[in-house]
Write a protein that binds this ligand. Structure first.
Ligand code: ATP
Ligand code: MG
Length: 396
């Protein structure tokens, strides 16, 4: 690679840096994730160096595209496109002037301030003095510029390291979180709604690998409704990588419930079956917990009482990362991660088939168990699990 024609990105690890003894492990995982996401480009190298990650890319590649990809990696706190130079005051000065002349041309900046940091404590000039001296060189080399220490148009960072030094301006925020694969695997109950893709994303952001399960009621729900869920899943996969989605027809169970149980209990009964089927699949696939997009008080089946009765259908822990969020905040998050527009497409969900007119909002476990005793639950669950189809979800 021609070093003059390469892009350099400094990637900061955020919370990963707080992990004490495990820090090297988390950093290695992060480097692996970044490499994986950038695999589609030729001419990329990703290396750990002195607590930072350096991504070098062939200069012919699109800088913005690379930044966009890196910013999707969980564990990345921020990214700075940077310029590299030798660690001498002369080289740093030259590189700073060149950098600022470009900034003047591209963005018409008029004021600046230098913020210097000396990671290499053997460097003969101390940080404040580096700032002053490089500031003076820039003033001399860029006549139109003035120093503004309070509100500069450009805050120029100079990071002096052992071998090389780096000059940059922007810190583009990543999502933070922890690298994928550092926190087990969860099975996410994925509907076509707004909530569950966000819930899945939030758990993946904490380092959890994802597998998904989706229930439909074909032919009451359409093929297109399932495709919508696959579209949503593949948006989520752009962050958490390829995953499997288990697809199950819930209609035989719904029909049994409708035929044998009180109408107002339909939804809660269906939800308990969903959880139990999910639990079986989770056990077969090494998923240690279930994930749902449930949210306290959102609908009848998500009142405090209903959530307790739902929880009591399974022994696996159920993660509900959205439990205390307001809907508007969930919607904002869905916009941010890119699932919102797909989620709001109007397709039917299996939950809306056989929707009771007056669903019970404070279900009692003993009554629900009495209703379930009229059904051969074990067989219904086993048949549902046996009928699963598996769809491979690839990043969009
Ligand atoms: P979302 O909550 O995703 O916006 P929704 O509002 O249609 O979709 P709810 O009725 O709120 O779904 O269901 C609560 C949770 O139950 C969902 O977040 C999801 O985890 C799970 N769930 C609902 N329907 C399905 C389904 N068809 N397949 C898999 N999981 C589902
Ligand atoms: Mg919901």
């Amino acid at each position: 690679m021609d070093t003059k024609k390469e892009h350099i990105f400094i990637v900061r690890c955020g919370e990963v840096a707080l992990k004490g003894m495990n820090k090297p492990y988390f950093e290695r995982m992060l480097v692996e994730r970044i490499k994986k996401l950038l695999k589609k480009f030729d001419g990329i190298s990703v290396k750990r160096q002195e607590g930072l990650i350096f991504v070098r890319a062939d200069g012919a590649l699109n800088k913005q595209e690379i930044i966009h990809e890196i910013s999707k990696v969980f564990g990345v706190a921020s990214i700075s496109p940077a310029v590299e130079c030798e660690s001498t005051m002369e080289s740093i000065g030259e590189a700073a002037v060149k950098y600022m002349l470009e900034a003047i041309e591209e963005r018409g900046i008029k004021t600046f301030k230098v913020e210097a940091k000396r990671a290499d404590k053997n460097f003969p000039v101390k940080s404040p003095e580096i700032g002053r001296q490089i500031g003076a060189v820039v003033l001399k080399g860029c006549k139109v510029l003035k120093v503004d220490v309070h509100h500069p148009d450009c805050l120029l960072f100079v990071d002096v390291r052992h071998d090389k030094s780096y000059i940059y301006q922007d810190k583009i925020a990543g999502f933070g979180g922890l690298p994928l694969g550092t926190n087990g695997k969860g099975l996410s109950l994925l509907s076509g709604g707004i909530d569950s893709p966000v819930a899945t994303w939030m758990m993946a952001k904490r380092g959890m690998m994802i597998e998904a399960i989706h229930f439909h009621s074909f032919p009451y729900t359409s093929q297109r409704a399932q495709e919508k869920v696959e579209d949503l899943a593949s948006i989520v996969a752009t962050y958490c990588g390829r995953f499997k989605m288990h697809v199950i027809n819930l209609l035989p169970i719904q029909e049994q419930i409708v035929a044998n149980c009180p109408e107002e209990e339909t939804t809660i009964l269906v939800r308990r079956f969903m959880m139990r089927i999910a639990q079986e699949i989770a056990k077969n696939t090494g998923c240690g917990m279930l994930i749902t997009g449930e949210n306290l008080g959102q609908v009848a089946s998500q009142t405090a009482e209903a959530l307790v009765v739902t929880d009591q259908s399974v022994s696996l822990p159920v993660m509900r990362p959205l439990i205390a969020m307001d809907k508007v905040d969930i919607m904002d998050k869905a916009q941010e991660i890119g699932t919102y527009e797909t989620s709001i497409q109007p397709y039917e969900d299996c939950c809306t088939v056989f929707l009771p007119k007056h669903p019970v909002t404070k279900p009692k476990l003993d009554r629900i168990l009495a209703s379930e005793s009229k059904l051969d639950c074990e067989k219904l669950i086993a048949d549902a699990v046996a009928s699963e189809e598996i769809v491979d979800i690839f990043p969009q």
